[in-house]
Write a protein that binds this ligand. Structure first.
Ligand code: CTP
Ligand code: MG
Length: 230
């Protein structure tokens, strides 16, 4: 199934505090946005990849992607918005190719594997919407109405990640409806469910798919990538 890839990379990375946009932070000489694209390059049915860049850093993102070898795919950079949801919507609105599926993957997750991507795409093709996720390792508690906390069954909990994938009509409808009703969510699977009635299939990530949020996350990911590269 022909697929468009959206890479939201328009955040500023306040919590990382690197003094530059998070997507431009480098590991082993490569920007995070470039590393996050890597496993997708081997998937032939991705015909269009749209990197959503910070409004003020389009040339820097373009520079970071210079020379990416992906002859089967049209790679473009578009401007993002104020929130992640705005950025993803901007990306979706510029899809040019005649695609059946749309995959969304954060530039902040450079450890994603090709096999996780392929399983998420297959689940979305089958059921309309899918997300990568992991089981929490820690025990969980949630706040209660009376100001106390109570335990949550860890075996039933998922930590929601990207990649997420959707049938094209599902994600178009979800973002249009969310914009019209001012519905916001922190991920697109929630939008697909709440605004387009989709059923979300959860696909367990096959390896640590850490999101770089804080400086310590960057160091962990750097260590893993350097260990793999030798
Ligand atoms: N993102 C985006 N547009 C925004 C905000 C975020 O495209 N307006 C992207 C980020 O670039 C990142 C992903 O969404 O790849 C997940 O967001 P997050 O990890 O929160 O990144 P930042 O918003 O950059 O970080 P922070 O919240 O610490 O500022
Ligand atoms: Mg953010």
């Amino acid at each position: 199934m022909k697929t468009a890839l959206i890479i939201p990379a328009a955040g500023s990375g306040v919590r990382l505090g690197a003094g530059r946009h998070k997507a431009l932070v480098e590991i082993g000489g490569q920007a995070l946005v470039r590393l996050a694209l890597e496993p997708f390059r081997r998937i032939e049915h991705i015909v269009e990849a749209i990197v959503v860049a910070p409004q003020g850093a389009m040339p820097e993102i373009q520079e970071a992607l210079k020379g990416v070898d992906w002859p089967t795919c049209a790679l473009r950079v578009v401007a993002g918005g104020e929130t992640r949801q705005d950025s993803v919507r901007n990306g979706i609105e510029t899809i040019d190719a005649d695609v059946s599926l749309v995959c969304v993957h954060d530039a902040a997750r450079p450890l994603v594997t090709e096999s996780t991507v392929l399983r998420v795409l297959a689940a979305a093709a089958e059921g309309g919407a899918a997300t990568a996720a992991s089981r929490p390792a820690d025990s969980l508690r949630v706040d209660t109405a009376d100001g106390a906390t109570e335990p949550l069954d860890r075996d039933k909990a998922w930590l929601v990640e990207t990649p997420q994938a959707f049938r094209y009509e599902v994600i178009r409808k979800a973002h249009a409806h969310a914009q019209a009703t001012r519905f916001t969510a922190t991920d697109d699977a929630t939008l697909a469910e709440q605004c387009a009635g989709a059923k979300v299939t959860v696909v367990e990530s096959d390896a640590l798919n850490l999101k770089i949020t804080k400086p310590e996350d960057l160091e962990v990911v750097r260590g893993i990538i350097e260990a793999v590269q030798g």
